[in-house]
Write a protein that binds this ligand. Structure first.
Ligand SMILES: C[S@@+](CC[C@H](N)C(=O)[O-])C[C@H]1O[C@@H](n2cnc3c(N)ncnc32)[C@H](O)[C@@H]1O
Length: 247
């Protein structure tokens, strides 16, 4: 596969994701601001959970020149696209975050300075997510941060409905609501013969994608129970949040 092919598919991925997260680029900037505030200007290691084709990993490494990023994802095809689209300070590794041994795949010996995630952890069932949060609490250094950017409902039925409507209205204003959707992106990708080797490398059983529907408060509770000292959102638009937890 040519680098330009991967770049074209990642650009198309980014547009597809903006259909669901109209403020995705601003949300990425907020995640980067949090990491910068937590790690300062020194060298730091950051793990990107459910990194997909590395959109956030690449932006983090570009914005923070002394940060090394390890992106973790279960999907070898997305990682393959990301490998051609990220620089030398980003390493992408295949692992299922539902299995407790996934940190071994990162190759990071010492404690991590930060872990980030974007639109990914709603895929994990609550027990797996609680286990993942415990793992993060063990691996992050004291004062290290976990930053989760995702759809997380406020958790009150009327407010949840209003928050979803706010996101819908924002999507209409941003003009991303008619972007290619998830299914269309995968369908089109499957028809690109240049990607056949990457497609053949995907596991026969797809990654489970059942939304856990945890509220932002439930995420914060799970994080505190896992050993984080503080957990609260620092950014919100409708039901879209950036939740920060401090080890
Ligand atoms: C909607 S995509 C978001 C990707 C990327 N973070 C972004 O913002 O563009 C969700 C990602 O989570 C990954 N994922 C879901 N469940 C996973 C698991 N159990 N282990 C590792 N990755 C997982 C998927 O493969 C997919 O790449």
């Amino acid at each position: 596969m040519q680098g330009t092919t991967a770049q074209r598919w990642v650009r198309r991925w980014d547009a597809q994701q903006e259909r669901y997260v109209p403020d995705r680029e601003e949300r990425f900037r907020v995640v980067i601001d949090v990491v910068r505030a937590a790690v300062g200007t020194g060298p730091a290691s950051v793990v990107d959970l459910g990194c997909g084709p590395g959109s956030l990993s690449a932006r983090l490494a570009a914005a923070l020149p002394r940060v090394d990023v390890v992106g973790v994802d279960a999907d070898p095809l997305l990682l393959g696209l990301g490998a051609a689209n990220t620089g030398p300070r980003v390493r992408l590794v295949q692992a299922d975050l539902g299995y407790p041994t996934w940190p071994d795949r990162t190759g990071l010996a010492g404690p991590w300075d930060a872990a980030v995630s974007s639109t990914a952890l709603h895929w994990l069932d609550p027990d797996s997510l609680a286990a993942l949060y415990r793992t993060l609490a063990e691996r992050l250094r004291p004062g290290g941060v976990f930053v989760n950017a995702d759809h997380m409902a406020p958790g009150m039925s009327t407010v949840d409905t209003i928050a979803a409507a706010v996101r819908e209205a924002r999507t209409a204003r941003a003009g991303t609501g008619n972007n290619e959707d998830w299914a269309q992106w995968w369908q089109a990708l499957g028809e690109d013969t240049e990607l056949a080797p990457l497609l053949d490398g995907r596991p026969a059983t797809p990654i489970d994608h059942t939304e856990n529907e945890l509220t932002v408060g439930q995420h914060a509770e799970l994080l505190r129970a896992a050993g984080f000292t503080e957990a609260a959102p620092v950014w919100q638009f409708g039901d879209d949040h950036v939740l920060v937890a401090v080890r």
